[in-house]
Design a binder for this molecule. Sequence first.
Ligand SMILES: O=C(O)[C@H](O)[C@@H](O)[C@H](O)[C@H](O)COP(=O)(O)O
Length: 241
Amino acid sequence: MNLLIYKTLEELNQDLADYVIKIAEMSIEENDRFNFVLTGGSSPKALYHFLATEGQHRIDWEKVYFFFGDERNVPANDDNYNGLMARKTILDPLGIKEDHIFYVDTTLAPEKAAIEYKKAIDKHFNGEDIVFDLILLGMGDDAHTASIFPHTTLVKDEEVNVAAVYVEKLDTYRISFTAPLINKADNVAFLVFGENKAEALKHVIVDTEKNVDLYPSQLIDPIDGKLTWFTDEAATKLLED
Ligand SMILES: O=C(O)[C@H](O)[C@@H](O)[C@H](O)[C@H](O)COP(=O)(O)O
């Protein structure tokens, strides 16, 4: 596991953009495509804008396929839909074609949406092992990642899958990759910054005795892949304690 700590978000996003581009170049070189899983939330917006502007001519974006590590159970035109945030910040600005974007179909009931999303991913991987080139993750101040929230069924899910999960604290359903699916990826990068994440980050990175029900991000431990944390000084201020 590689922990990178930046003084400014500008430096963090610049380096993370370079990291994404580097993995994309290697994936396109090796497989003629880059399978890239986006995170939702607010943290990645500056990165996505960076990739869509500074990164616009650095790789062949026509060889990139976009997925979502989780999605809210809201209509696609709802401001809370991760797909809409991504469309506005990176997908439309780069002119990504619709058949290169795998959205969660939230017109379906959550369980059905999860099944259909997994089917679409399986088809893209021709029924072979689902190994994404890069999965971007955020982390909540409660140590959730994707939609693997504390005290939910997803913390116990051993399946390599996409699942629907009821999140009691939000009183809503989410559709999410399971931790075993995330852990198959070649590269996983957390994007975590801000003082409000410091307590959760300390438990996830420092605690030797795991408690995944309380701190689900502890579940993220790629089997063969590399895990990198892109953080700032505020989020890591408790790590020395
Ligand atoms: O759908 C989502 O919201 C994300 O996938 C979620 O896991 C997010 O990464 C964290 O909640 C952090 O969100 P912020 O970046 O807004 O702090």
